[in-house]
Design a protein around this ligand. Structure first.
Ligand code: MG
Ligand code: MG
Length: 250
């Protein structure tokens, strides 16, 4: 495993990439409404990223066909935007966005409610967001990656939610996926966090069981029991003073 710790200069570029990702999320939050297609959301995200002189990181990544991942309800991650997918009242939609600016990547996902959602889905969104912030709170010098994973696991257990096991967080920087991999549950990982480690923390929690299935398109991941799943992600830098979220508005 080789972890690339970023310099101050590199962190500044990552903040700019993250700012663009945050701008797209702000636009998504406004645009997510009953009757909108996920392709329309994708086109909007593409335009904002390009207008800010960045590149959509996901587009073409291992052949991925779009700017955003748009994963509805039981879809966990990597859903394709489509003209046919129309948002309905009561849906939840996970939108994952990556932007590359001057060679550095920002990566952030959020799950949005469409109109009025059930109490169960409200709890899922609240809990998964809480898990993200509980995990990233440990992104400080000399804390352990294991504590990031453990804090996420504890929140999932508190709300009795399933934890997606096959996917997780990751180092991020010049590449979208760098070392280390970050499980969303404890694995006895001995890694001690050091200043300048930039990591995407991304709990994926389910209303039902842990198990997920990869669909025939070889991208879309759905829960095995078809119950809803949520995904919240920030790119975060480790500092001596605690977590520095890079995917936020500057
Ligand atoms: Mg992501
Ligand atoms: Mg990620």
């Amino acid at each position: 495993m080789s972890i690339h710790r970023k310099s101050k200069f590199e962190i500044n570029l990552m903040k700019q990439a993250g700012n663009i990702v945050a701008m797209v999320h702000a636009a998504m939050k406004e645009a997510v409404k009953e009757g909108v297609t996920t392709k329309e959301l994708d086109d909007l995200a593409y335009k904002i990223i390009k207008a800010n002189k960045a590149e959509p990181t996901f587009l073409g990544y291992n052949g991925f066909p779009a700017t955003i991942c748009a994963s509805l309800n039981e879809k966990v991650v990597h859903g394709f935007p489509s003209h046919e997918t129309v948002l309905k009242n009561g849906d939840i939609i996970s939108i994952d966005i990556g932007a590359t600016y001057k060679g550095f990547v920002g990566d952030s996902a959020w799950t949005y409610p469409v109109g009025e959602i059930s109490e169960e889905k409200q709890m899922l969104l609240k809990a998964t967001e809480e898990a993200l912030f509980a995990g990233l709170e440990h992104m400080r010098t000399n804390d352990k990656l294991e504590n990031v994973s453990g804090a996420i696991e504890d929140v999932a257990k508190k709300y009795n939610l399933g934890i997606v096991r096959q996917y997780g967080g990751h180092g991020v920087g010049r590449e979208m996926h760098e070392d280390p991999f970050v499980f969303n549950y404890r694995t006895n990982n001995p890694l001690v966090l050091q200043k300048g480690m930039t990591i995407a923390i991304e709990p994926m929690l389910n209303l039902g069981c842990d198990d997920v299935i990869l669909l025939d398109d070889n991208w879309s991941v759905v829960t095995k029991d078809k119950k809803a799943s949520a995904h919240f992600e920030h790119t975060v830098n480790v500092t001596d003073d605690g977590p520095e979220i890079l995917t936020k508005l500057l």
